[in-house]
Design a protein around this ligand. Structure first.
Ligand code: UDP
Length: 398
């Protein structure tokens, strides 16, 4: 059997949805066929998990200093602007040398920044490169320069591209990346882990929630585009009509923006919801918590490229209320596995949550349909096979 040395490149080592995807894929790809290593700027939760899988880590690609330079800071520092392209180039060259020295057969880039520097390095080392796309590349979320870079690198230097939804694929095609290079492979979840969650009653007790209370919860980074404030406002409306309803906010603000949590808590106070909403902070037992909810709410105000939390809820047999945009309609079947509502529409969100909380039979049916859909379409096995398929095609095209 063939045996390929694979270098996965990412600039992100915290555990967001995309990074979880890296761990899940590398845990599940055929290790008789691919021997993975991981290149990243520094250690973090992702490298710790990958080390447990016996995967080699190459830190310092690129240097953390290079990543720390933000556009805003560049704007204030002319010397940094002048030197940035050089520093960037030096990083690409160092990665190229690593690929050659360690005789990697194939490079997979796993983050928006790595799609640029990793692809150029792989191309310079004359190795096939597969770009994994986790974002919907469009303005105004990404700058014109960023979009131009993504388009140019994906079109001319990457061998194949994996998009995480048809929505993220469409955005690339609209940018001008050749359609036939891009194939969608959906994120997946480990159904075995999803089946083995703690008892909902125990989780509720730990969170101070009555076993019979109707519970709606949101899971995700507390950043404004995920819409936590819309969820809080909708929760306040639901609380007016659903007796005893409680709400969960699962997740934390991102590094450097911790004050956003205080803003959200003040909003709860203003709306008289302080006693009704539990802020759990970051949890590494999301599946347990989701299985203790009656409905999970996804409130993103921008198009969500995929939304891992959606399949996590569905894998726990929970119906979802989600804002319609990006890849969400590919994941949630409206009216069947959950209810889709327009983004930024507090009334519609509250109504959908109230409908599900008020009809246990329908909620159970939607939950069951969601579980079936995840088992058929969104498993780690499917995700890993999709990645292997694209990697083999890239190798064939060498
Ligand atoms: N998550 C977590 N703990 C938390 C909040 C979120 O582990 O307290 C996980 C969540 O279960 C999911 C991921 O973070 O696996 C978020 O992925 P998603 O695709 O929904 O959003 P992203 O953060 O990638 O935009």
């Amino acid at each position: 059997m063939s045996y390929y040395r694979l270098l996965v490149v990412s600039h992100a080592v915290d555990t967001g949805g995309a990074e979880r995807g890296i761990i899940r894929k590398l845990r599940n790809i055929d290790r008789d066929m691919f021997e993975p290593s991981f290149a990243c700027p520094c250690e973090g939760p992702v490298t710790h998990e990958l080390e447990k899988l016996g995967i080699n880590i190459y830190s310092g690609h690129p240097s953390k200093r290079l990543l720390d330079v933000r556009r805003r800071s560049l704007g204030e520092n002319r010397l940094a602007i002048a030197l940035y392209p050089l520093a960037f180039l030096a990083s690409v060259v160092r990665l190229t040398q690593l690929i050659r020295r360690e005789k990697f057969d194939l490079v997979v880039t796993e983050s928006a920044k790595a799609n640029i520097y990793g692809t150029l390095a792989g191309w310079l080392a004359r190795r096939p490169v597969v770009n994994q796309i986790h974002d919907i590349f469009e303005a105004p979320v990404f700058s014109d320069l960023n979009l131009w870079l993504v388009k140019t690198v994906a079109s001319h230097f990457a061998s194949r591209i994996i998009s995480n939804s048809e929505a993220s694929k469409r955005a690339l095609v609209d940018l001008g990346v050749p359609r036939d290079k891009i194939h969608t492979v959906y994120y997946g979840i480990d159904m075995e882990i999803a089946r083995n969650t703690r008892k909902a009653a125990d989780v509720r007790m730990e969170l101070g929630i009555d076993p019979d209370a109707p519970v709606a919860g949101m899971v995700g980074r507390l950043v404004d585009w995920k819409g936590p404030d819309y969820f809080i406002r909708a929760a306040a409306k639901v609380a007016e009509t659903v007796t005893g309803a409680r709400f969960l906010m699962v997740g934390d603000a991102v590094h450097g923006e911790k004050s956003y949590v205080d803003t959200l808590k003040s909003l709860c106070g203003e709306l008289g919801m302080a006693d009704r909403i539990v802020f759990t902070g970051f949890r590494d037992d999301v599946l347990d918590i989701v299985s203790a909810m009656d409905v999970m709410v996804h409130a993103s105000v921008l198009p969500e490229p995929f939304g891992l939390v959606l399949i996590e809820a569905m894998a726990e047999g929970r119906p979802v209320v989600a804002t319609k945009g990006g890849g969400v309609p590919e994941v949630v079947e409206d009216g069947v596995t959950g209810l889709l509502v327009p983004p930024r529409d507090v009334e519609a969100m509250a109504e959908a949550i109230t409908t599900i909380l008020g009809d246990r039979k329908r909620a159970a049916e939607m939950g069951a349909a969601g579980l079936k859909r995840v088992s058929e379409l969104f498993t780690v096995e499917e995700m890993a096979r999709g990645m292997e398929r694209e990697m083999l095609k890239a190798l064939e095209g060498r």
